[in-house]
Design a protein around this ligand. Sequence first.
Ligand code: HEM
Length: 537
Amino acid sequence: MNFSSSVLLGLAIIGILISIGVKIQKILILHHKGKIIPGPPSDPLLGNILDLQKNRGFPNYLPMLHSQYGKLTKLWLGSSNFVVSISDPNLVAEVAGTLQSLPTTIKQPFTWVGDEIYFFRQPQEAKSIKIKLSRLLSGETLDCLREATQKHTTRLLDLWTSSQSGQTIDVRDELSQVSLTIIGDCLIGEEFSNSSLGEEISASFIEVLKGVQARSEEVIPAIWDSSYWKWKKTVSHLHQCIYDSIEQRKQDPNLNQRTDFLSRVLGEKDDSGESLFTKEEIRATIISFLFGGFDAVAVALSSACYILAQHPDIQVQAQAEVDRVLGGRLPNFDDFKALEYLNQLLKEIMRINPPSSVTMRQVESDFELAGYHIPKGTILFISISALHNDPEVWLAPEKFLPERFSPEKEKQRSRYAYIPFGVGSRGCIGGNFAMTQLQLMLPMLLQKFSIQEIRDRAVISKSEASAVSLRTRLELLTVSLRQSTLLSKCFGIRLPLPSMKSILLCPSQTRQEFERANDVQPDDRATLLFVARSHRQ
Ligand code: HEM
């Protein structure tokens, strides 16, 4: 062994000893200070990481731990990251107002966006900026959202309807792309979808996303790797393109009349008439909204397709409501109240398959929770999946029952039992925005398509007459994404990863043939849905 290898080995051993030391110290504090928190046994070095991987990440692992160890359980991520996970509405209520800092693990995938992101700031400052930004995401910006949603969803559904026999549609992927276009148009203006600068933003954003996961997992930046530098260059290019959009917009003579987020944020002035947000803050905000928003909406809609395919009766009921309320026209805000069942259905979809399965807070000083001592430095998880599937709150939680969200039933439940958008001052800033987009897109989809799951046969599409229009049958072949990296496994983050299979389906292929040809693991289909093709005959 040469000198440098010996040094590296020595450093590795010292690192391992230090982290075991930290773990022993934490265990001693925990044992000394109170009741022992229930939880699974853990490996001294890896903690529960292997179990987490075996169980396909937090969306599955945390609910399993909670069913075994109760509504407050502990786990270790590695040797020194001590985690307490909760799944009880009363405990969530207790921490919602008090814990407001984010752990570094959650910040890690966002570092490329820049330090100027508001949610990296101290809680009080973040809260005050967030109030201003929330206002800019509502009001007129929602009109912009309606226009963009109607326009781009119509275009997408028309494409699906007129697609040729044998052509394959990757529903999950296309919903993701259309969501990006919609949110991009609302944030940056219609230039996002109809100018070369917009195209560059979209392309470099997607390129950057492909590298985010690898970069987040690096303990030290991989400066020896050329792909690292290429990725950094794309990040800088993306930032520059957004600066260019900001400059162009400042020159736009119609700036004051425009309703997109960028135009509105540029109009925000302080008491002395100075811009309220710097160009760096605007850039970081736009990217973080694109990043936070576009895929979660697509996940919710893909889940809707999947779940409705499995529940034809519910689908028929939702379509009947859509036909009754809309006739064949496009949905608008005024229709939301009348589309009551559809709204309940959307909420139930995000109960049973929440796009974000867990949220996290950093514990900054020792405190007591349910009689347990929670030491400073703990990462507190709120398991959204476990909360949403708690049999004490939800009767037969595995059943898909939109009626759970009737106004009467909602009143009977704690507001902390259902939190698809998180809780407290750290909750999702785009919740209302996302719900509006979903309330517009799902009826449009149901107006044009009936969704059916296919099993062991070739894909054949048929059109069918409905009371209002001709619907095309959208046939879904569902397979699972094999989440290949630790980050997505650990944090339940569903990024449009390069490792995600792009699935092609020939009309002649049966499900088994397809699964065999594409190396799909049949028992691995919990989270991801895919692919359909349909055409009018
Ligand atoms: C179905 C769609 C969406 C779901 C399910 C969702 C879910 C969530 C969840 C669970 C959190 C963490 C909240 C917490 O820690 O308590 C979050 C945070 C966040 N989301 Fe969303 N989100 C969605 C759409 C959006 C959209 C459309 C945007 C942007 C317009 C957005 C931007 C953000 C941001 C910026 C944060 C960080 C909030 C903060 O710390 O202040 N999300 N989201």
